[in-house]
Design a protein. Structure first.
Length: 413
C-alpha cells in the first residue's frame, strides 16, 4: 500500500497556491498554512485590481537577482503558454494587451483568486488560515512545523512560499526569511523594487499630481544604467508612474551600495535637443511681449511652467518672452531635454510591489526548487533572490517556481 506524502506549504500566495495544486495533482496530501484570515490576498492588488497574471514575453532577461539564469528551468518547465492553458482549464478566458501583458477577460483579479480557491477546495487541499509559522525543524526525516497558534504540523516535505517584504499588509513581512535562516540558509541584501522614488527638491508639493508622457533614466557617474518611457507622475515626495517603477530597482541597488543615484527626466522626448532649441527660440520670438510663463502654455503642463523656469534661473516670470536671448533660453532647453534630480531613496516596503533579493539561489536546486542544505525543504516565489520587471513577470515566476516545487515536493522518497 502506497502511503501518500504529506506536504506542508507555508504561505498561501500565488506561489503557494500553485505549489499546492501541483503537489496535490501528484497525489500528495497537501496543507497550506496561511498567516492571514484568507489566502491569496496579494493577488487582488495586482495589475491595479485586474491581475496581469503573466506575460507572453517572460524570459531570463526579464528577471533580476545575483543569478537571473536561475529562472531558466522553471520557465521552461511551466512557461507563459502553460500558465494561460492552466487558467483556461480553471475557467479564465484571457486577453493579451500591450507589451505582452495577459489579463483575465473579466478584468477582475478576483476571478483568478476565485478559480484557484475552487480548485484547491475541489482537489482536497487543506487550508488553515490565521496560522503564522514560527519555526520549522527536521527530526528523523520528518519536519515539524510550529505555528503561533500553538499547534504543530508534521510533514514529509515543506515548501516555503511566504513572500518577501513588499506590501506587508498582504502578510509579507519577511518572516519567511527568518524560517530559512534558522534552517541554515543565507539571505542576500533585500530592498524595495517596483517602487516610487524620493527626490531632493523643495518644489514637489506644487507639482504633486502632474502627469506627462516622457522618458526616465537612472544615472550614475554620467552613465545611463536603466531607462523606460511612459506615463510619469510627480508626487509630493518625488516621482512615480510605470517607467519609474520599472527602473527603480537600479536606483535601489545604487543606494544599497552607498553610491550616488540621479534621475534624468526627458519631458520633450519626441524631439532632439537641437529641435527643442529651435522650437523654443521660435516660440519665444513669436510670443513677442507675452510673459515668458504664459508663452509656454500649450507646450507643457502649465503647473510645471513656473517650476521649470525657476530651475532654469528665470527670476522674472512676467518678463517678455521675446527678450530672452538664445543663451538665456539654453537652461530651459536643458531642463526640457535633461532634467536631473538627486535620488534620496525609494519609498518603503508598503509602497513596493516586489522584493529585490532573498534566499541565496546558490543554495537551491534550480531544477526542483529543493534546498541543497535540507532535503525535503523547498522554496518558491518572491522569497527567492529573483524578481521580475513590471508586467506580469513576477506572477509568472510565482506560477513557474510553485509548479515545479509542488511536483518535486510530492515525489515519494
Amino acid at each position: 500500500m502506497t502511503v501518500r506524502k504529506q506536504v506542508i506549504i507555508v504561505g498561501g500566495g500565488a506561489a503557494g497556491m500553485m505549489a499546492a495544486i501541483s503537489a496535490r495533482r501528484m497525489g500528495a496530501n497537501v496543507t497550506i498554512l496561511e498567516r492571514n484570515p484568507r489566502i491569496g490576498k496579494k493577488i487582488l492588488a495586482t495589475g491595479n485590481g485586474r491581475c496581469n497574471f503573466t506575460n507572453i514575453e517572460a524570459d531570463i532577461p526579464c528577471y533580476h537577482g545575483k543569478n537571473p539564469q536561475f529562472v531558466k528551468n522553471a520557465l521552461e518547465s511551466f512557461n507563459a503558454v502553460d500558465t494561460i492553458k492552466f487558467f483556461e482549464k480553471l475557467g479564465i478566458a484571457h486577453k493579451v494587451e500591450d507589451l505582452g501583458k495577459v489579463f483575465p477577460m473579466s478584468d477582475q483579479a478576483s476571478s483568478i483568486l476565485d478559480v484557484l480557491l475552487y480548485e484547491l477546495n475541489e482537489s482536497g487541499v487543506h487550508i488553515i488560515c490565521d496560522a503564522l509559522v514560527k519555526n520549522i525543524e527536521k527530526k528523523n526525516y520528518k519536519f515539524q512545523i510550529e505555528a503561533e497558534n500553538g499547534k504543530t504540523y508534521p510533514a514529509d516535505s515543506v515548501i516555503i512560499t511566504a513572500g518577501g517584504k513588499a506590501m506587508p499588509a498582504s502578510g509579507s513581512d519577511g518572516s519567511g526569511y527568518d524560517l530559512a535562516v534558522k534552517l541554515g540558509h543565507k539571505v542576500t541584501d533585500i530592498f524595495p523594487a517596483l517602487v516610487q522614488l524620493m527626490l531632493e527638491g523643495s518644489f514637489f508639493k506644487s507639482i504633486d499630481g502632474v502627469k506627462f508622457v516622457g522618458t526616465a533614466e537612472i544615472i550614475h557617474n554620467d552613465r545611463s544604467l536603466a531607462k523606460d518611457r511612459g506615463d510619469i507622475l510627480f508626487a509630493n515626495y518625488g516621482i512615480s508612474g510605470p517607467p519609474i517603477l520599472q527602473i527603480s530597482r537600479k536606483a535601489g541597488e545604487l543606494i544599497r551600495d552607498n553610491k550616488d543615484a540621479y534621475l534624468k527626466i526627458t519631458i520633450m522626448d519626441m524631439l532632439s535637443k537641437e529641435e527643442v532649441r529651435k522650437l523654443i527660440n521660435k516660440r519665444f520670438k513669436t510670443a513677442g511681449k507675452k510673459p515668458i510663463d504664459f508663452s509656454m502654455v500649450g507646450l507643457i503642463n502649465k503647473r510645471l511652467i513656473p517650476v521649470i523656469l525657476k530651475q532654469a534661473g528665470v527670476d522674472d516670470l512676467k518678463r517678455p518672452a521675446e527678450s530672452f536671448s538664445p543663451k538665456e533660453q539654453e537652461p530651459i532647453v536643458d531642463i526640457l531635454t535633461d532634467w536631473r534630480f538627486k535620488i534620496k531613496g525609494t519609498r518603503s516596503w508598503p509602497s513596493a510591489q516586489v522584493t529585490a533579493g532573498g534566499i541565496d539561489t546558490r543554495e537551491i536546486d534550480q531544477n526542483t526548487m529543493e534546498s541543497k542544505l535540507v532535503k525535503g525543504l523547498f522554496f518558491a516565489g518572491e522569497i527567492i533572490d529573483i524578481d521580475g520587471i513590471c508586467g506580469g513577470f513576477n506572477l509568472q515566476w510565482a506560477w513557474s517556481s510553485g509548479y515545479i516545487a509542488g511536483q518535486n515536493a510530492a515525489l515519494l522518497c
